[in-house]
Design a binder for this molecule. Structure first.
Ligand code: NAI
Length: 451
């Protein structure tokens, strides 16, 4: 009998397990594949490891404008993958050690909720059965593979890949067709373009990078077009197979030849096969319905991370796991989705938090938009010869409150934390102006932008 059984050891699950362990809850964590989940094993961390190698290589190739000559620079993709594997191993062993340190019991296998039992809920892992007074479901998400003609067969044959397989490729394809110009599509397009693969991105919408600010989306597209990525927008894929992707645009069919295809058109929550129906957990469009304390409709059952379909980001998952455990142990807490930062780790990085011009206008908020080129920062200029980054700040007209920040620049993914804190703390322009930013830094542009 456990106080808490957690299904899934990704960012939501392992972070919640640590919290629960330190709070003294007798906790069981069940993981079917590897601790760390998608993020650590086949998502965030592996991709960032690859992208860092690509960035170094690209800097070496273009170092002359900084007066540095690096003849003979080359990239060894197999070595990059080997380093990625080592990095992942270091981190996953770290989580295993942390589970031990927090006295969390870890069982490997597929968990299935069997039903209610005296004192809680019964969960099976293979032949074993466990009872938990409370359940926290953190089973994550998987790549969406829609019923496009030939796509599922292409995945089975290894011609089409999801995030999982592409991060394990040991040989570089000559031609890669990326279906979906969202976060995964762009990060992978960025890596493979940097290492010399011919990349075509086929995107259904007429823009890339989904909800990203439109100016940043357009700029990112121009930057990557100049680097050689071929974007086909407003293009609906109709079939995949035999070394090609066929899409339809304006009533015409167009064929893109490829050695490999990446399917990155979104993810779906892993709610099937875990026995939710046995205790009556409510789902909506395939994701578990949760409130702001991560409670499901069943008292004692919580869900955090991608499985609730709210934000599908590792950092949201961490926080949701924490909120769930706090709620269980009686610490007042609630999830606030108004300041969740998002980063696309292209080169340059695109990062944003809060409202964009479009989302604010859609909500009917009266706003003031401030836009500055990143060249306002001396450090940015020093380090980004010919860089085209921008910073966009959204303020409410009434009260001059900071509602959103979007940036395209390196290292926007790091800087955005400052904006996240300011928005979370409901800063007004005057409050931002009083913050002392170190000089010279790229982050200073945020302060400049609100004037
Ligand atoms: P996404 O939702 O970011 O992008 C999917 C794209 O595919 C959209 O632009 C959509 O219009 C397009 N699309 C959908 N159906 C299509 C079709 N049939 N043909 C052509 N295009 C089509 O999804 P993605 O990139 O797969 O990422 C999945 C999740 O993982 C996201 O929720 C994302 O936030 C998360 N993620 C976050 C990362 C980060 O924070 N840096 C990195 C990677 C993933």
């Amino acid at each position: 009998m456990f106080d808490l059984i957690i299904l899934g050891g990704g960012p939501a699950g392992y972070n919640a397990a640590e919290r629960a362990g330190s709070a003294g809850l007798n906790t069981l964590l069940i993981e079917k594949r590897a601790l760390g989940g998608v993020c650590l094993n086949e998502g965030c961390i592996p991709s960032k490891t690859l992208l860092y190698s690509a960035k170094l290589y690209s800097h070496a190739l273009h170092s002359e404008k900084y007066g540095v000559y690096t003849e003979g620079a080359r990239i060894d993709h197999a070595a990059v993958i080997a380093r990625k594997d080592r990095t992942v191993k270091t981190l996953t062993s770290g989580i295993a050690a942390s589970m031990k340190a927090h006295k969390v019991n870890v069982v490997y296998g597929e968990a299935r909720i069997l039903g209610r039992a005296e004192g809680g809920f019964e969960v099976a892992v293979g032949e074993e059965k466990h009872i938990g007074a409370k359940l926290l479901i953190c089973t994550g998400s998987e790549a969406l593979v829609p019923p496009i003609e030939g796509l599922r067969d292409s995945v089975a044959a290894g011609f089409a890949l999801t995030n999982r397989e592409i991060l394990a490729l040991t040989e570089l394809p000559e031609k890669l067709c990326v279906i979906g110009g969202g976060v995964i599509g762009l990060e992978m397009a960025s890596y493979f373009n940097s290492v010399g693969t011919k990349v075509t991105v086929v995107e259904m919408m007429d823009r890339i990078a989904g909800q990203t600010d439109i100016d940043i989306s357009n700029l990112l597209k121009d930057i990557y077009t100049a680097k050689g990525v071929d974007f086909r927008l407003g293009a609906k894929v109709v079939s995949v197979g035999s070394g090609a992707v066929v899409y339809e645009k304006d009533g015409e069919k167009v064929t893109v030849e490829a050695d490999k295809v990446l399917v990155s058109i979104g993810r779906r929550a892993n709610t099937a096969g875990i026995g939710l129906e046995n205790i009556g957990v409510l789902t909506e469009r395939g994701a578990i319905v949760t409130d702001e304390q991560m409670k499901t409709n069943v008292p004692g059952v919580f869900a955090a991370g991608d499985v609730n379909g709210k934000s599908m980001l590792a950092h949201t998952a961490y926080r949701e796991g924490e909120v769930a455990v706090n709620t269980m142990i009686g610490v007042r807490d609630r999830m606030d989705y108004s300041a969740v930062p998002a980063v696309i780790y292209t080169d340059p990085e695109a990062a944003s938090v809060g409202e964009t011009e479009e989302t604010a206008k859609k909500k009917g908020i009266d706003i003031v938009v401030k836009k500055l080129p990143m060249s306002y920062s001396g450090r940015y200029l020093a380090e980004n010869e010919g860089g085209k980054g921008i910073c966009k700040v959204i303020l409410s007209k009434e009260g001059n409150r900071l509602l959103g920040v979007s940036m395209l620049a390196n290292p926007a993914g790091e800087i955005i934390t400052a904006a996240t804190a300011m928005i979370g703390r409901e800063f007004r322009a005057a409050d931002v102006q009083k913050v002392i930013f170190p000089h010279p830094t790229v982050a200073e542009v945020i302060r400049e932008s609100v004037f």
